[in-house]
Design a protein around this ligand. Structure first.
Ligand SMILES: Nc1ncnc2c1ncn2[C@@H]1O[C@H](COP(=O)(O)OP(=O)(O)OP(=O)(O)O)[C@@H](O)[C@H]1O
Ligand SMILES: [Mg+2]
Length: 260
C-alpha cells in the first residue's frame, strides 16, 4: 500500500515583502481533514505565510515549493489558487465598496463550483443556501444585500469570512485569527463550522493566540513559527506551554534546552 501524499506540501518556502525577507524557509505538510494550529509571536510571519499561499502580489516567493493536491500553487494567480481548492481568510477583512456581498460571494462560489465540474447556482438557490449559512453563523441576512464588509462591525466581518468558507467548502482553509474580535457565540460558531467541514475532509491551518479556542479545536498538531521558519512542532502541550509562559520565555527556555 502506498500512502497518499499530504494535501498541502510546503517546502523551504521563502517569502519577501519588498526588500525584506520575512520567511526564510518554511516547511510543512497538512493532510486531508487534518487541523494544524499555527502559533507565533506578533510579527513572526503567520499572516505573511497565508498571503503568500493565497497569491497576494505584495508577497513574493523567490524560493521553495507549495503544492495543493499535487497542483503547484506558486505560478498561479490568486483566483486560480482558489479554484484549486485553497481558501485563506483575512486577519483584517477589507471593505469592497460598491460590490454587493451576495453577488461577490455567489460569483466566487460559482467560479469554484465550475472548477469542480459542478453546476453554477442561480440567484435563488444561492440565496436560500446563503441565508441558512448566515443564520448558522449569527450573521443577519440583511448583510448579504450590503456592499462587502462596508460598515460591518469587527465580528460581522469575521462572520462574513466564515460565510464564504461555509459555502465554498475548500480543500484547505487557512483561517487567520478568525476568533479575534468575536464574541462567545461567534467563537462557538467557528468551532462548529470547522468541525463540520473537517468531517467532510477539509484541512485547516488555524492561526490563533487564544488557548481556549485552540483547545476547543482539538488540533492534530501545533506549530510555532519563529525566525522565519517552523521553529517547533508539537501537540496541544506546545500551545499550553506558550500560554503559561508567553512566547519570550518559552523561546528562551527552548533555546537553553537545545544548548544544554
Ligand atoms: N505588506 C507588508 N508591508 C510591509 N511589511 C509587511 C507586510 N506584510 C508583512 N510585513 C512585515 O512582516 C512581518 C510579519 O508580519 P505578519 O503580519 O506576517 O505577522 P503575524 O505573525 O501575522 O503577526 P500578528 O500576530 O501580529 O498578526 C512584520 O514585521 C510585518 O511588519
Ligand atoms: Mg497576523
Amino acid at each position: 500500500m502506498t500512502l497518499a501524499p499530504p494535501l498541502l506540501q510546503v517546502r523551504d518556502l521563502r517569502v519577501d515583502v519588498g526588500e525584506r525577507t520575512v520567511l526564510q524557509s518554511v516547511t510543512l505538510d497538512v493532510a486531508q481533514g487534518e487541523l494544524v494550529v499555527l502559533m507565533g509571536a506578533n510579527g513572526s510571519g503567520k499572516s505573511t505565510l497565508g498571503m503568500a499561499l493565497a497569491g497576494h502580489p505584495s508577497y513574493t516567493v523567490p524560493a521553495g515549493q507549495a503544492l495543493l493536491g499535487g497542483t503547484d500553487l506558486l505560478p498561479l494567480a490568486a483566483h486560480e489558487r482558489a479554484r484549486a481548492g485553497l481558501f485563506v481568510s483575512f486577519q483584517a477583512p477589507p471593505d469592497v465598496p460598491g460590490v454587493k456581498n451576495n453577488l461577490f460571494i455567489r460569483t466566487a462560489l460559482n467560479a469554484v463550483r465550475q472548477a469542480r465540474g459542478e453546476e453554477p447556482q442561480d440567484a435563488f438557490d444561492f440565496l436560500s443556501g446563503a441565508k441558512a449559512a448566515a443564520k448558522e453563523l449569527g450573521l443577519p441576512a440583511a448583510m448579504l444585500g450590503r456592499p462587502v464588509n462596508e460598515g460591518f462591525s469587527g465580528g460581522e466581518r469575521k462572520r462574513n469570512e466564515l460565510l464564504q468558507l461555509s459555502l465554498m467548502k475548500p480543500k484547505l482553509a487557512m483561517l487567520d485569527e478568525i476568533d479575534s474580535g468575536m464574541d462567545v457565540d461567534g467563537v462557538r460558531a467557528v468551532v462548529k463550522l470547522v468541525e463540520r467541514l473537517r468531517a467532510e475532509g477539509t484541512a485547516f491551518i488555524i492561526v490563533s493566540h487564544y488557548l481556549q479556542m485552540i483547545e476547543s479545536l482539538q488540533p492534530d498538531a501545533v506549530l510555532r513559527l519563529g525566525d522565519g521558519a517552523i521553529a517547533e512542532r508539537g501537540d496541544i502541550e506546545l500551545a499550553r506551554a506558550v500560554a503559561r509562559t508567553g512566547f519570550k520565555q518559552h523561546i528562551a527556555a527552548a533555546a537553553a534546552t537545545a544548548g544544554a
